[in-house]
Design a protein around this ligand. Structure first.
Ligand code: GUN
Ligand code: ZN
Length: 436
């Protein structure tokens, strides 16, 4: 018989979507809570007295005042850009040509890709991110390195080979047919194997010919249980360029619609400068948006209207978008989302922000029934947080009147130092004490 293990401490989880039911109803907080795990799955969760009574033989770890919370979910990131995070002085199109494409060109070398994947997963887990959906590069080797490393660590991971057949260096282009064939082979190799899930990944409209977008649409139609990820309306020059490259299309999303790339399980990075029609179509079709606020600030792209999109019924999740994004930390990402919304006159509550970085992001990826919350039957992916990880946080949290205030202080002031440990499938995959 397998053993049940229990973590006992303060416990944060969600009773629902705060954008629908309000922050107060969505927040489920136990001052003395417990999370019971068996075979990598959450077996029980709730007030400690109840959980402990129901599992008398379980091995219990007491975490005192630490907070047990759902593992963070980063629904749009580029693991091959780990090495070019924090690159100076360019906006999107120049940044791609100057920093991104030269770096991504190196990922045909399996050992280079493997080393980058190791560094990337170290960073993710140190920051409490238990699942991410990553772009790889055009090279199948980059996908193998990514999923191999995820499997080695036992974490759930989503990602896919970038499809790109024009407007990029020769070292970084495939063809419509090769992009289709390679992606299809990778789906067969990785999708649903262990905790890996494949994402069909045309980079963005400007780097794919119409033939390639059509091939991506056909591939996704054949594998509709895969996510389709791409970029949408991030930068004004990009949007103008899309208009020139696709003169027949009435807007940016229309290009993707034409090739069957919009619908449930499609997730669009950024979605900042949307027309009314585009926002309405995202909602109608059940597509999702990855909100990447540190990236949008860092690259000077603009400000996504998260509250407006959620209000219209679009599924939104938070994302780092590293290396355009400036941090692996979901605290930094939530803080940036708060600041971006503030500029639009909206003050997102800590519950709304935390939900976007966990359950919301999981739902945006179509895997909300697997991860993103602490609930019976979900995979046991969690973080243990020290709410007083720095002198200023200790000082501030000591004055907090309620958990909301303590959570907001984390969002504004915390970083990887707050992450004491990260659990994936019930196993500790990062322990701050061991890594020091
Ligand atoms: N648009 C197309 N490719 C990229 C990328 O790598 N990063 C960002 N931020 N936007 C993109
Ligand atoms: Zn991106």
């Amino acid at each position: 018989m397998t053993e049940t293990t229990i973590l006992r401490g303060r416990l944060l989880r969600f009773a629902g979507d705060p954008f629908e039911i309000g922050a107060e109803a969505a927040l489920c907080f136990d001052e003395d809570g417990a999370l019971a795990m068996r075979d990598g799955i959450i077996a029980d969760v709730g007030p400690a007295a109840m959980v402990l009574a129901d599992h008398p033989g379980a091995q219990v770890t007491h975490l005192g005042e630490s907070l047990i919370a759902p593992g963070f979910v980063d629904c749009h990131v580029h693991y091959p850009q780990t090495g070019i995070i924090a690159s100076y002085g360019a906006q999107l199109l120049e940044w791609l040509n100057t920093y991104t494409f030269p770096e991504e060109s190196r990922f045909g070398d399996r050992s280079y890709a493997q080393s980058a994947a190791q560094t990337y997963f170290d960073e993710q887990l140190r920051n409490g991110v238990t699942t991410a959906c990553s772009f790889c590069t055009i090279h199948p080797e980059s996908v193998d390195a990514y999923f191999d490393e995820a499997a080695r660590r036992g974490v759930r991971a989503m990602g896919g080979k970038v499809m790109m057949d024009r407007n990029a260096p020769n070292t970084l282009t495939d063809t419509a047919q090769a992009g289709y064939d390679d992606s299809k082979a990778l789906i067969g190799k990785w999708h649903g194997v262990g905790r890996a899930l494949y994402a069909v990944t045309p980079r963005f409209a400007p780097t794919s010919t119409e033939a390639q977008l059509a091939a991506a649409g056909a591939l996704w139609a054949e594998h509709r249980d895969c996510v389709m990820q791409t970029h949408l309306s991030e930068n004004r020059n990009e949007i103008k360029w899309v208009g020139e490259l696709f003169p027949g299309s009435f807007d940016y999303l229309g290009v993707y619609e034409k090739y069957g790339l919009v619908g449930e399980r499609a997730i669009f990075g950024h979605a900042i400068h949307l027309s009314d029609r585009e926002a309405a179509r995202l909602a109608e079709t059940g597509a999702s948006v990855a909100h990447c606020p540190t990236s949008n600030q860092f690259l000077g792209s603009g400000e996504c209207d998260v509250a407006g999109l959620m209000g219209r019924g679009v599924r939104v999740g938070l994302a780092s978008d590293v290396g355009g994004g400036s941090s692996f930390s979901m605290f930094h990402t939530m803080k940036a989302a708060y600041e971006v919304a503030q500029r639009r006159g909206v003050s997102l509550s800590p519950v709304h922000l935390w939900w976007l970085a966990t359950a919301g992001a999981a739902r945006a990826l179509g895997i909300g029934e697997k991860i993103g919350n602490l609930a019976v039957g979900l995979e046991a992916d969690a973080v243990v947080l020290d709410l007083a990880s720095t002198p200023i946080l200790r000082h501030r949290v000591a004055r907090a009147d309620c958990i909301n205030e303590a959570l907001f202080a984390q969002i504004v002031l915390a970083d990887d130092r707050a992450v004491t440990s990260t659990l994936s499938g019930g196993r500790v995959v990062y322990d701050q004490g061991e890594s020091r």
